[in-house]
Design a protein around this ligand. Structure first.
Ligand code: C2E
Ligand code: MG
Ligand code: MG
Ligand code: MG
Length: 278
């Protein structure tokens, strides 16, 4: 109504909470339209294997480039998609893009690149995820071992037994699972004991100021040891400079993901990098 009157929204939504709710609803509607207009795309960020200094894995990251405006970061629209129950549909689309990419890369001789896909807790409700993945793997004729799912510790808020069942089903398909943003969640190690997990991704907040902050050094050290003692591979996220790389190499972290090596990039660009290496 505000627009019809040619006046600012803020005159009508003068309480901060109302204003927030209005902003959310507007973003939700824009997101629905964006899906229809195919404004969403997937970028890929390489993860470098420290021992060989080679790209072995990439993470699929959603991007939203509106036709008429600035890019909207996933940290803004994913929570909206979750609240509006659009994340199932969007998440399925990302997963299908990942499967398609694995197949395309294989068809041009780029083998053994594992694609990691982020999952929201909502996608764990019921058995839909397992059915979807089974179907997509079959449709594209790809190997499950070339897919990884990244889940966050917020998954602990879901029914742990169901999560466990889903993860065991995924493991039967050779799909691997990483805990994303490790250390920032519900500070319980219970799921490491209970769930079939393959990797830990050290959150960016611990990698930041790694050289300057002795606490961060200890935390990163401890996560690497914990991961290795549990037979998990450890990925460091948000690695932006040489000092961080040196520290992580010395501590035998397994993979490095960060702007120091590569930013998230469109599929054409990442394909060039993978082709050069293979
Ligand atoms: P995430 O899964 O932890 O992804 C890593 C984020 O760190 C990405 O942000 C990436 O661009 C950023 N990053 C990587 N290296 C560096 C670095 O060296 N410096 C800095 N400053 N940042 C770095 P992005 O792409 O904005 O994604 C934010 C979050 O949105 C993701 O965090 C993930 O939680 C969520 N997300 C992205 N795509 C999807 C998706 O398809 N599904 C779901 N459910 N969530 C997604
Ligand atoms: Mg992730
Ligand atoms: Mg992360
Ligand atoms: Mg995150």
């Amino acid at each position: 109504h505000a627009k019809e009157n040619g006046r600012s929204h803020f005159e009508f939504f003068d309480k901060p909470l109302e204003r927030m709710a209005h902003f959310q609803l507007e973003l939700e509607n824009k997101l629905r339209a964006a899906i229809k207009k195919h404004e969403l795309s997937v970028y890929y960020q390489p993860q470098v294997d420290i021992r060989e200094f080679k790209v072995r894995r990439v993470e699929a990251l959603l991007r939203w480039f509106p036709e008429d405006g600035k890019p909207v970061p996933p940290s803004d629209f994913i929570p909206v998609a979750e609240r509006a129950h659009l994340i199932g549909k969007i998440g399925y689309w990302v997963l299908e893009q990942a499967c398609l990419q694995v197949k395309e890369w294989q068809s041009v001789g780029i083998e053994n690149i594992r694609v990691a896909v982020n999952l929201s807790a909502q996608q764990f409700v019921g058995k839909k995820l397992v059915e979807d993945v089974k179907e997509l793997i079959k449709k594209y004729g790809i190997e499950g071992r070339l897919l990884e799912f990244e889940i966050t510790e917020s998954i602990l808020l879901e029914d742990l037994e169901n999560v466990k069942e889903v993860l065991l089903e995924l493991r039967k398909m050779d799909i691997t699972v990483a805990i994303d943003d490790f250390g920032t969640g519900y500070s319980s190690l219970k799921y490491l004991q209970k769930l079939p997990i393959d990797s830990l991704k050290i959150d960016r907040s611990f990698i930041r100021e790694l050289a300057e902050n002795p606490n961060n050094k200890s935390i990163v050290n401890t996560i690497i040891s914990l991961g290795h003692n549990l037979n998990l591979s450890v990925v460091a996220e948000g690695v932006e400079d040489k000092k961080m790389v040196a520290f992580l190499c010395e501590r035998q972290c397994d993979f490095i993901q960060g702007y120091y090596f590569y930013k998230p990039m469109p599929v054409e660009e990442v394909t060039k990098i993978l082709a050069q290496e293979s």
